[in-house]
Design a binder for this molecule. Sequence first.
Ligand code: CP
Ligand code: NVA
Length: 319
Amino acid sequence: MTQLTSTRKDFLSILSFDPVDLERCLDLAAQVKADRTLGREAPTADALNGRHVAMLFEKASLRTWTTFEIAIRELGGSVVALQPDITLDRREAAVDVARSLERWVDAVVVRTYSHRQLEEFAGAAPRLRVINALSDDEHPCQALADCLTLRERWGSLRGRTVAFVGDGNNVAASLAHAAAMLGVHLHIASPEGYQLPHAAVQRATSAARHGARLRLFTDGVDAVAGADAVYTDTWTSMGQEAQTEIRRRVFAPYQVNEGLMALAKPGALFMHCLPAHRGEEVTADVLESSASIVFDQAENRLHCQKALLLMLLAHNVGG
Ligand code: CP
Ligand code: NVA
């Protein structure tokens, strides 16, 4: 029997994991990916038997919801899709939602706005496992899939350089945390006023291992020099829609196009968490180019979240 369970109750951030947990999660994700062809014969097919996992999404989602639902089902657990009007702190206090759910389900996957509120929600229910499916500050499930995708391409990640060009947002923050823990150098190029928040920089710097270095730039050209991969995300995240027009203007020089890709290392990969906006943060030709691994990232959401659920919820898995 292989002991999989993480000692952490929740997964609210990449930093909820220590470096050993993070490496173990990626190893396990690769294993469940390979085992998927076995279907119901896979060693983890009943790992969540009798377990209930609720889904509470306050924002839209294609990839995250779908991959969690499939992951839970393929591990033998049951999905409880909460009604869309069940939100944190509108109908009732977020802590009361958590304390109620704790009496019925083993875990809840939450996509919400305030990261602090998510922490309070998780803190209110000591027996409820809480998974961050995206908050305004972090998107740790995305970073797991990004790292698995790069590992598949490169083998070891240590010493590689990724350039993130665009908003210093939730996706950039979780990528910064994961890169630091895995020994990846990260360059982030953002306009003044839209850089990665100081707290995220500090946490990434404290978590850095194997000489990983985080560098902030204001010019995308400087950031992509020497990069093995170039990553971007939407200029306007969910909840920021009122700023769309101003963001279009501010971020226009940060578009990832063929010209910018040509300044990265030869053979550099293109990454995007999706949804993408062709002609804004990325041109259609880059998104559709052979350098683009965006759908590998999307696929790996499934395998990484299976691994995460196993680590949080399965006591032991035969192996
Ligand atoms: N990348 C990602 O989280 O996609 P969704 O918003 O569709 O879940
Ligand atoms: N930064 C984006 C990511 C979407 C997956 C957002 O928060 O809307």
